[in-house]
Write a protein that binds this ligand. Structure first.
Ligand code: SGN
Ligand code: CA
Length: 677
């Protein structure tokens, strides 16, 4: 009697809690620009299912990211903290999964949590009861997954498979507890491989070109001219554009090889259908290859069609999730978010890719539905950022937002479509991945509803100011325009105060980019290498007294190194005169994403006359559980020895550890200084 009463009480509490605490499904695509979403006024495609979310709920017209690149966005989304605080500045940093995240808080509060699809944070997901993630960037066809630590092989198309797994998980969850699910698509990421049913979508049409396809960057800084993401120069005909006949001059052979590798992982049926879809058009191209502007136009059409075909699958599969929620009645208590990790250039300014703080890549779509709670068909123009996601998840789940999260909960906006009077008036941005792929320079900036101020730095020092009301396409930099001096000063003031608020001060990060200096005995003495470096990344010799200072801000920078893989680094340092030596150091870099690891071992030998060498010690790196990017001195102490020659022999790591890019392969060894003290 007593027992059954308790049981029914417990059940009531459970029922109540699952009813009062909403479920959350966070769907994120990769590189899906708002310009290619129907309800954002797309001129180039339709997205009926994404538009359903807008009809059922709210569209945010001014949603932005804080750092327009994949891994950093993902780290911000779950921590609610800026890149320099959560530690993922660029795509090379592994996420430190021991820090607090919204999924962890939700899990601790009784939510069932799942992460399905592209994760791209290098370390294993934490805070999820269930995770099934693509390895690194993942593949479109027959992608490999890791499910709670175990490798899974598949057959099928990524967007559909990810959705299948999400629906499977929803079906088997405990219906009495609320859930939080992150559903992350790979699509429409480069190299834009559509699913078979969509290969012929847009075949007979011509997609409108962006107005700025042939931008001349006239009033801008060199940052816009020196990028490497132009359709004209950087988009690859074989890999990006599926012209696999290897006859076009000036194309990277390895990009063509990548495409070949993609084909190898397809089934014969997939491969044949895929190749056949492009064949006729390819033949026309090869018979009379366009040049100049016509080639750019051709590239744009091929690119944008594949991009939009990938989005068609995303739209369908979001539709499947919405249908499932409706059929099961879950929709009334489930918040559905649709967004992208950032925007993307769809030929605007002649570009693809992202990274820049310019609108096309900075802005992201953001649609949220929760029928009965979020006003249907509503549109909000407040400045919101991806820093706001984690606080919003917490707040929606009825949890207190931790005070160290740097974003703001969107809940008040969502429930009333009223923007609170103290809502932010400006957003802060900082992009770090340079030097790096696509060569977009480091920059930070501030945007208000009307203006945008950007500073490009590192190997450039350039400011840009845009009046977005007058110039929404950002074609006229008015930083030096006398009519804008008051605005310029005001924007500088805003920028300065945001850098204090977000703990991102130029004196910290710009200073940290300088190499460290060390005066030592071998300084400026000859250092002879037995084998030439295997990669052309050399800059400074190994005894120039300069070495990279490790800080979070410069961990991705590689310059002035010698690089070895198959051959050891074998260096002889001539001291010239007799010296009493007590300490020999070798400074090395580790960057797991790029297959660069600390050496397997380093042997140190000394000699009096440079004829016979005596080994005085051997150093070995301590392998980490999760290898992190960084720089490190390997030092050998010795009793005082009077010598004139030091020899260092360092071997690259023989096998990259499991679960890392290039697992099992021989690693690279990067070294930038040998010190003798
Ligand atoms: C790959 C792409 C780049 C892209 C980065 C980052 N090249 O390197 O074009 O900018 O990923 O993308 S590819 O040839 O491998 O497709 S991100 O989504 O991870 O940020
Ligand atoms: Ca991305």
């Amino acid at each position: 009697m007593r027992f059954s009463f308790l049981l029914s009480l417990l059940l009531t509490v459970q029922l109540l809690s699952s009813q009062t605490r909403p479920n959350i499904i966070f769907i994120m695509a990769d590189d899906h620009a708002a310009q290619a979403v129907g309800c954002y006024g797309s001129r180039i495609n339709q997205t009926p299912n994404l538009d359903r979310i807008a009809q059922n709920g709210m569209l945010f017209s001014h949603a932005y990211c804080t750092n327009s690149i994949c891994s950093p966005v993902r780290a911000v989304n779950i921590t609610g903290k800026m890149s320099q605080i959560n530690g993922v500045l660029d795509n090379m940093f592994p996420f430190d999964g021991s820090q607090p995240t919204a999924p962890k808080y939700l899990q601790a509060a009784g939510y069932q949590t799942a992460m399905i699809g592209k994760w791209h944070l290098k370390s294993d997901p934490t805070g999820f009861d269930f995770w099934k993630i693509l390895i690194d960037q993942g593949e479109y066809y027959n992608p490999r997954f890791i499910e709670n630590g175990e490798n899974i092989t598949t057959e099928g198309y990524a967007t559909a498979l990810i959705t299948d797994y999400a629906l499977d998980w929803l079906q088997q969850r405990d219906p009495n507890q609320p859930f939080f699910m992150m559903l992350h698509h790979k699509a429409p990421h480069r190299n834009w491989m559509p699913d078979l049913p969509y290969l012929h979508l847009y075949d007979s049409v011509s997609i409108p070109e962006p107005f700025t396809l042939f931008d001349d960057y006239k009033s801008r800084s060199d940052a816009a001219r020196q990028q490497e993401m132009s359709l004209e120069k950087d988009m690859n005909l074989q890999y990006d554009l599926k012209l696999w006949q290897d006859t076009m001059p000036g194309q990277h052979p390895w990009m063509a090889q990548w495409m070949e590798h993609r084909f190898e992982t397809m089934t014969p049926t997939q491969r044949e259908a895929f190749k056949a879809a492009y064949q006729a058009e390819n033949e026309v191209f090869m018979a009379n290859p366009p040049t100049g502007k016509e080639l750019v136009r051709w590239k744009y059409q091929r690119y944008i069609k594949d991009y939009l075909r990938c989005i068609a699958s995303v739209d369908d599969n979001v539709g499947r999730v919405l249908d499932y929620l409706k059929e099961t009645g879950l929709d009334s208590n489930t918040i559905v978010v649709y967004t992208s990790d950032q925007g993307f250039f769809l030929g605007e300014h002649g570009w693809f890719d992202k990274r820049f703080m310019y609108e096309e890549s900075y802005r992201q779509p953001l649609l949220v539905q929760w029928p009965g709670h979020i006003p249907a068909n509503s549109r909000n123009d407040a400045l919101v950022v991806n820093l706001d996601f984690a606080p919003t998840f917490m707040d929606m789940a009825g949890l207190e937002v931790p005070s160290d999260m740097q974003g703001a909960s969107l809940k008040p906006i969502l429930l009333s479509n009223q923007t609170p009077s103290d809502w932010r008036q400006e957003t802060y941005y900082h992009y770090f991945e340079y030097p790096g792929i696509h060569a977009v320079k480091r920059h930070y900036g501030v945007r208000t509803q009307r203006y945008k101020l950007i500073h490009f730095y590192f190997d450039i020092d350039a400011w840009e100011l845009y009046d977005l009301d007058e110039d929404p396409e950002e074609l006229r930099n008015v930083y030096e325009n006398p009519g804008y001096q008051a605005v310029r000063s005001e924007m500088h003031r805003k920028l300065d105060s945001l850098q204090i608020v977000y703990q991102d001060l130029p004196e910290d990060f710009e200073g940290a980019l300088e190499p460290a200096t060390l005066q030592h005995i071998a300084f400026a003495n000859p250092c002879l290498l037995k084998f030439p470096p295997e990669k052309p990344v050399t800059g400074q010799p190994l005894t120039d007294g300069l070495y990279q200072l490790y800080s979070i801000y410069n961990a991705g920078i590689r310059d002035g190194y010698v690089a070895f893989r198959k051959q050891p680094l074998e260096a002889v340092v001539k001291l010239g005169h007799w010296h009493t030596v007590r300490n020999i150091g070798v400074h090395c870099m580790q960057s797991p994403e790029s297959w660069i690891y600390y050496p397997e071992d380093i042997r140190v030998l000394v000699s009096k006359r440079g004829k016979r060498y005596k080994e005085i010690g051997k150093m070995a790196a301590q392998p980490d559980a999760i290898p992190k990017p960084g720089h490190q001195w390997f030092r050998l102490q010795t009793r005082p020895r009077k010598i004139r020659y030091v020899k260092v022999i360092a071997n690259s790591r023989a096998a990259i550890p499991e679960h890392q890019a290039g697992a099992g392969q021989r690693a690279w060894l990067f070294c930038d200084e040998i010190s003798v003290e």
